[in-house]
Design a protein around this ligand. Structure first.
Ligand code: X90
Length: 275
């Protein structure tokens, strides 16, 4: 049995007709926790956090959570959040070693996306496609490794507060954002860390810089995935701009789940595409 698994930063609970499972991260304050599974109320979490002024943080899935997801599958593909910012990849690798001790004939491939959200979505879609085409485990691993070189991730956020309070970006970088209608435009860099490209004043400036970056990255009309934090209008605008240039582009947008919503914060948007 073939199984596809991603952590919850992929923003998807299911892929239609596919044996897929999402493994949740957890968002914490000292008073509450939100497990990022199919029952999470993202809207409530965002409201609660905006009125909560003490420390909040996140935690990656345990090896046990991964093991439970592996279940009794014997060909397993796992896609994780970047190892540059999270222990998620590491805990999946620990689970893989444990699983192989009990199931020596199983095949498991754990992929460090060096990214998150919509770029992970693309990787899962590609894995599904490769298996539907009848590729063996070895061929799928080889082909997905090549594919990873052809996808990119960009984002635009109104605040980097939650990144800064968790030490995942420099406080100086985060400081000018969240005031004066400034939003940050950034990317997942080669090490799978946050790369800040520009601080933009206003949505128009941000959108034109974003479109430039997408072109520079070499986007030519391939798959384009957008997750947004309660900002469907912005997701629609980006979709329109892409479709103006590439009428047949395969664009999808959807709400971010808990983990990405926590870091991207309200109105944030995350974009992954093929180039
Ligand atoms: O607690 C944990 O182990 C989770 C830490 C996760 C930190 C990164 C979450 C990213 C969420 C933001 C996308 C833009 C940054 C991409 C850089 C790779 C969404």
């Amino acid at each position: 049995m073939v199984k596809f698994i991603a952590d919850s930063s992929c923003d998807k609970i299911s892929f239609e007709g596919v044996n897929f499972e999402s493994v949740p991260l957890t968002i914490y304050t000292d008073e509450r926790s939100y497990l990022d599974d199919d029952k999470i109320d993202v809207h409530d979490m965002l409201d609660y956090l905006s009125n909560y002024h003490a420390r909040s943080y996140t935690a990656c899935p345990s090896a046990d959570q991964w093991l439970t997801a592996f279940g009794d599958a014997d060909e397993i593909y796992v896609v994780t959040l970047t190892s540059g910012l999270s222990g998620t990849y590491n805990s999946a690798c620990v689970a893989k070693d444990m699983f192989l001790q009990d199931h020596p004939d199983a095949k498991i491939h754990v992929i460090d996306s060096l990214s998150t959200g919509p770029e992970m979505h693309l990787i899962v879609e590609k894995l599904i496609e490769l298996k539907n085409e009848g590729n063996s485990f070895e061929d799928t691993v080889a082909k997905i490794t090549e594919y990873l070189k052809t996808t990119r991730l960009f984002f635009s956020f109104f605040s980097l507060h939650n990144f800064a309070q968790n030490g995942r970006v420099n406080k100086v970088v985060a400081s000018a954002i969240g005031i004066l209608n400034i939003r940050v435009l950034g990317t997942a860099d080669e090490e799978g860390k946050v790369g800040v490209i520009a601080k933009c004043k206003g949505e128009k400036k941000m959108l034109s810089s974003l479109m430039e970056e997408i072109e520079k990255a070499g986007y030519k009309g391939g798959k384009f995935r957008i997750s947004h934090v309660e900002n469907e209008p912005l997701a629609q605008k980006v979709t329109e701009l892409i479709k103006e240039k590439f009428a047949n582009a395969d664009v999808l947008y959807y709400p971010a789940k808990g983990l990405c919503s926590y870091y991207a914060e309200r109105n944030g948007i995350i974009i992954g595409f093929e180039c």
